[in-house]
Design a protein around this ligand. Structure first.
Ligand SMILES: CC(C)(COP(=O)(O)OP(=O)(O)OC[C@H]1O[C@@H](n2cnc3c(N)ncnc32)[C@H](O)[C@@H]1OP(=O)(O)O)[C@@H](O)C(=O)NCCC(=O)NCCS
Length: 181
């Protein structure tokens, strides 16, 4: 797989700009990570502060520099406002598997933004990273996430591929392969 992100892959879509995270995003990250519903669905139990959000921004930038993940801010194309994020991580080089994770500020949900962002990320993951399988691990209670995955042709699996998420309740596995996409 091609997991070298030195030239950060900006991904434009019709309404969005998927771009690198910067220090200016810390406040929005703090807001996102303070939302108890979002936190429950991504298995995050930390209490966010502006300081922890700033540290998170730096951590994400470092992980991208080290090619350990690719983390995009989903921003509005009109005014660069932070809407949410999507990342590819947990690279399994041997089996060519990439996990995706995503989250969005509640006020931007229900507008189709995440579907639009994930379509671009799926194209990138199969087309450029050359993954053979994309995994996602939503809680079965997470109706919005399960709906989006099904809409994008992900299929439910009985087997759990490389699941590293101990803190998500009722976790399920969904996968997408290039040939079914
Ligand atoms: C999961 C999550 C990203 C889904 O967000 P979402 O807003 O439901 O997803 P979308 O942006 O694709 O919006 C979908 C809905 O927007 C509506 N919509 C409004 N305008 C639209 C447009 N122009 N284009 C497409 N859909 C539009 C549609 O009704 C669509 O629902 P439908 O497909 O049933 O018709 C969001 O709920 C979230 O951040 N949850 C918390 C974190 C989380 O769970 N992360 C995933 C962990 S596995």
């Amino acid at each position: 797989m091609n997991i070298y992100f030195t030239n950060f892959p900006d991904l434009p879509t019709e309404r969005l700009h998927l771009r690198a995270i910067s220090e200016q995003d810390a406040e929005a990250i703090h807001k996102l990570q303070s939302d108890s519903v979002v936190n429950a669905f991504v298995g995050r139990n930390i209490t966010s502060t502006l300081e922890s959000a700033k540290a998170y921004v730096l951590r994400m930038r470092t992980l991208v520099q080290k090619n350990e993940c690719i983390y995009w801010v989903i921003a509005s194309k009109d005014n660069n406002t932070f809407i949410g994020s999507v990342c590819c991580w947990n690279f399994d080089l041997e089996n060519e598997i990439v996990e995706i994770g995503y989250e969005m500020l509640p006020e931007f949900q229900g507008k189709g933004f995440m579907t639009e962002a994930l379509k671009a990320v799926i194209e990138y993951t199969f087309g450029t990273i050359k993954a053979n399988l994309i995994t996602a691990f939503p809680s079965s209670d997470n109706n919005n996430s399960v709906a989006i995955l099904k809409k994008l042709d992900f299929v439910f699996e009985n087997e759990s591929y490389n699941n590293k998420h101990q803190n998500i309740k009722n976790l399920t596995t969904y996968t997408l392969r290039p040939q079914t996409h």
